[in-house]
Design a protein around this ligand. Structure first.
Ligand code: 5AD
Ligand code: SF4
Length: 443
C-alpha cells in the first residue's frame, strides 16, 4: 500500500440534489477551518471528497469512474496517493460495497456523520480505512463551523430525512427519518448568511414543508411561521423553499404565498405520475385529483405563481393508459418547469422487486413525449412573461462583455446588459423568451 499524505489541499465534488450542494459547502467550510486550502480548478487535491447521490443508478456508477480518474491523474513520483473520501447517499447505502470494490477509497462518510471528517482524516492519513455511516440525530449541525458563504443566493437546510416511504425512493433509507432543525439555529444561520451578502435564501429539506418547530415564545409553528420570521430580516429580499410533498402543503403555507411579499412566486411540488393506480403503487398517498385541487388553491392565493414538478416514467406496471394520464396531468397543470426521470430500481426499495418492470425502449419513448410536453409548457410560461417588469437578482457575469445573468421571481434565467454587480436587484422588462431563458432590458 502506498504511503498516504496528510492533506494540505482539498476538493469537494457534489452530485445530485441541492441538499447535497449545501452539505458540500459545509464540508468545504469544515475542511477550511482545519487549515486546508481548496484546490483550484485543474489542480490536484490531496483530499477529494465525492459527495454522492443514490437517487438513480447512473449517479452511483459515476462515482466509480470518478475514483479511477482521480487516481490516474495523481502524480505519485514520491510514492504518495490521494486521500479519497466517498460521502453522501451512496456512502450511506453502499459503504461496505465501496470499500470492497474501490481499494483507493480511504473514507466512507454518510450524510449525517460528515462533521466527524477531521477525525477520520487523521486516522486515514495514518493508513487506516475508515467508515462512518452512523445517523446521530442532532449532532451534525451543532458541530460544524459558522457559515462563511459569500453569495447572493444561499441554501439553508432546515429539515432532513423523509418518513413518506414512496416505494421507488432510497431517501428514507439513506437520509433517515424526518428531522427539523431548531428554529433558533435557523434564524442564526440565516442572519449570518445575510450579513455575508445573501439577498436570497432557499430553505432546503427532502420534505421541507414538513418542517415544524417552536418560535422564540415557545409556540408551535410550521414552515409558514419560519418564512414569516425570516421575512423580517431587513436585508433579505427573497425566500424560496424546496422540495415539498403535497400532503404537507398546509392552509397556512398556502396563505403565506399570498401574504408574504418576500416569498417568491414559485412552488416545486412533485406529483410523479398522473394515474391513481400508479400513485397508489408508489405509496404517494394523494390522488391526481387531490393534487390538481391543491394547485388550484395555491393559484388562488398567488395567481402568478410558477409551478414546477418531478415525474417518473416507467414505474413498474405503468400501462399506456397510465402514461396518458401523466401527459394529461401536464396539460392540466401547465408547469413553468419540470424534471422527468426514467424509473430506476433502487436496491432495497419495495418497487425494485415489483412485477411488470417496464422495458427500456418503452421508457425512452415515454420520457421523450413527456419532455416534449414539458418543454412546450415551459416555453409558453416564459412567453407569457414577455412584457412584464420584475426584479432580477444578479448572480453572475454572462458570456458577452457587459452581460449579466440573474433570476426572476419565477426562477427564470434572465440576461441583460449594464453596469451591475453580483447581488444587485435590478428592475427589468422581459423582452424575448426561449424555453430556458429570457432576455431583458433594464428599466
Ligand atoms: N427512479 C427514478 N426517479 C426517481 N426519483 C426518486 N427516486 C427515483 C427512482 N428510483 C425522482 C423523483 C424525485 C426526484 C428527486 O427524483 O421524481 O422527486
Ligand atoms: Fe441524491 Fe436524494 Fe441523496 Fe439528494 S437526498 S443526494 S437527491 S439520493
Amino acid at each position: 500500500m502506498n504511503k498516504v499524505t496528510t492533506p494540505k489541499s482539498f476538493r469537494v465534488k457534489s452530485f445530485g440534489c441541492q441538499m447535497n450542494v449545501y452539505d458540500g459547502e459545509r464540508m468545504a467550510e469544515l475542511l477550511g477551518a482545519q487549515g486546508m486550502e481548496a484546490a483550484g480548478e485543474g489542480e490536484n487535491a490531496d483530499l477529494v471528497v465525492l459527495n454522492t447521490c443514490h437517487i438513480r443508478e447512473k449517479a452511483a456508477e459515476k462515482v466509480y469512474s470518478d475514483i479511477g480518474r482521480i487516481v490516474k491523474d495523481w502524480d505519485d513520483d514520491d510514492g504518495s496517493s490521494p486521500l479519497i473520501a466517498v460521502a453522501g447517499c451512496v456512502a450511506q447505502a453502499e459503504g461496505e460495497e465501496i470499500m470492497k470494490r474501490a481499494k483507493d477509497v480511504r473514507m466512507v462518510v454518510g450524510p449525517q456523520a460528515y462533521h466527524r471528517l477531521p477525525e477520520m482524516i487523521g486516522r486515514a492519513s495514518a493508513g487506516e480505512r475508515v467508515t462512518d455511516t452512523d445517523m446521530p440525530a442532532e449532532a451534525k449541525f451543532g458541530a460544524l463551523p459558522a457559515r462563511r458563504k459569500r453569495a447572493p443566493s444561499a441554501f439553508l437546510t432546515v429539515q432532513e430525512g423523509c418518513d413518506k416511504f414512496c416505494t421507488y425512493c432510497v431517501v428514507p433509507y439513506t437520509r433517515g427519518a424526518e428531522i427539523s432543525r431548531p428554529y433558533g439555529d435557523l434564524i442564526d444561520e440565516a442572519q449570518k448568511l445575510v450579513e455575508q451578502g445573501a439577498r436570497e435564501i432557499t430553505l432546503l429539506g427532502q420534505n421541507v414543508n414538513a418542517w415544524t418547530g417552536e418560535d422564540a415564545k415557545g409556540r408551535a409553528i410550521g414552515l409558514d411561521g419560519l418564512i414569516r420570521e425570516l421575512a423580517k430580516l431587513p436585508d433579505l429580499a427573497r425566500i424560496r423553499y424546496t422540495t415539498s410533498h403535497p400532503n404537507d402543503m398546509t392552509d397556512a403555507l398556502i396563505a403565506a404565498h399570498g401574504e408574504v411579499e418576500k416569498l417568491m412566486p414559485y412552488l416545486h411540488l412533485p406529483v410523479q405520475a398522473g394515474s391513481d393506480p400508479i400513485l397508489a403503487a408508489m405509496n404517494r398517498s394523494h390522488t391526481a385529483e387531490s393534487y390538481i385541487r391543491l394547485i388550484e388553491r395555491v393559484r388562488e392565493a398567488r395567481p402568478d405563481i410558477a409551478i414546477s414538478g418531478d415525474f417518473i416514467v416507467g414505474f413498474p406496471g405503468e400501462t399506456d393508459a397510465d402514461f396518458e394520464a401523466t401527459l394529461q396531468m401536464v396539460d392540466t397543470i401547465r408547469y413553468a418547469a419540470a424534471f422527468s426521470f426514467k424509473y430506476s430500481p433502487r436496491p432495497g426499495t419495495p418497487a425494485a422487486t415489483m412485477g411488470d418492470q417496464i422495458a427500456g425502449d418503452v421508457m425512452d419513448e415515454r420520457l421523450q413525449r413527456l419532455q416534449a410536453a414539458i418543454t412546450r409548457d415551459q416555453l409558453a410560461f416564459n412567453q407569457a412573461s414577455v412584457g412584464k417588469t420584475c426584479q432580477v437578482l444578479v448572480e453572475r457575469k454572462g458570456r458577452r462583455e457587459g452581460q449579466w445573468l440573474g433570476k426572476t421571481p419565477w426562477l427564470q434565467s434572465a440576461h441583460f446588459t449594464g453596469d451591475y454587480a453580483v447581488g444587485d436587484l435590478v428592475d427589468v422588462e422581459l423582452l424575448e423568451a426561449g424555453p430556458n431563458s429570457l432576455s431583458a432590458r433594464v428599466c
